[in-house]
Write a protein that binds this ligand. Structure first.
Ligand code: HEC
Length: 148
């Protein structure tokens, strides 16, 4: 895993170097890539739920693998997000680590055709999606989309 983990110190350093100010201002002409990443994760999560219900283990394993290795925003956007998160960056990142860990367990369960283990891993994964949304989504939308 690289991405947010790798970018964290860099993000903090950048934030300190630039200070809190205009350099971080969101701009409508620069859409955030994170939303597209989330929409793909949503698509894979819905497909994983359907595959589990249908006991389509190959499809479930494929979706789980995609979730465990989901796309990430480009480095410039990550720096922007991490510069905004500052001391909350580790918590934010931990939700993502939990999603990926549960998705990896989901993939292993699918390969073993273990329905009980797959159900539990999928639930844990979705709790980690919700955990990050509950803690960060509103503030993120306020910060990057100026939503009240
Ligand atoms: C590390 C934090 C984090 C994790 C983990 C996370 N999300 Fe998100 N998610 C966000 C943030 C922040 C937004 C708001 C982004 C936006 O609307 O541009 C969001 C938005 C979304 C949206 C709304 C997109 C839209 O079009 O408005 C969906 C759907 C979504 N996430 C699905 C998921 C799923 C499914 C998972 C787990 C497999 C997940 N997310 C895990 C942070 C996270």
């Amino acid at each position: 895993m690289h991405g947010l983990a790798h970018g964290r110190m860099f993000g903090l350093a950048m934030a300190m170097a630039l200070g809190a100010g205009g350099a971080w201002a969101a701009s409508a002409s620069e859409p955030m890539a994170l939303r597209g990443v989330m929409q793909q994760m949503e698509h894979d999560t819905l497909a994983a739920n359907a595959a589990l219900r249908q006991q389509d283990w190959a499809e479930l394993a494929t979706r789980a693998d995609r979730l465990a290795h989901h796309a990430e925003p480009p480095i410039t956007e990550k720096v922007r997000i991490l510069g905004w998160l500052l001391t909350d960056a580790p918590t934010f990142r931990n939700h993502d680590v939990q999603v990926k860990a549960a998705a990896t367990e989901l993939q292993a369960a699918a390969q073993k055709k273990d329905a009980a283990a797959a159900t539990s891993a999928l639930q844990r994964m979705q709790q980690s999606c919700d955990g990050c949304h509950n803690s960060f989504r509103d503030r993120y939308l306020k910060r990057f989309y100026d939503k009240p």
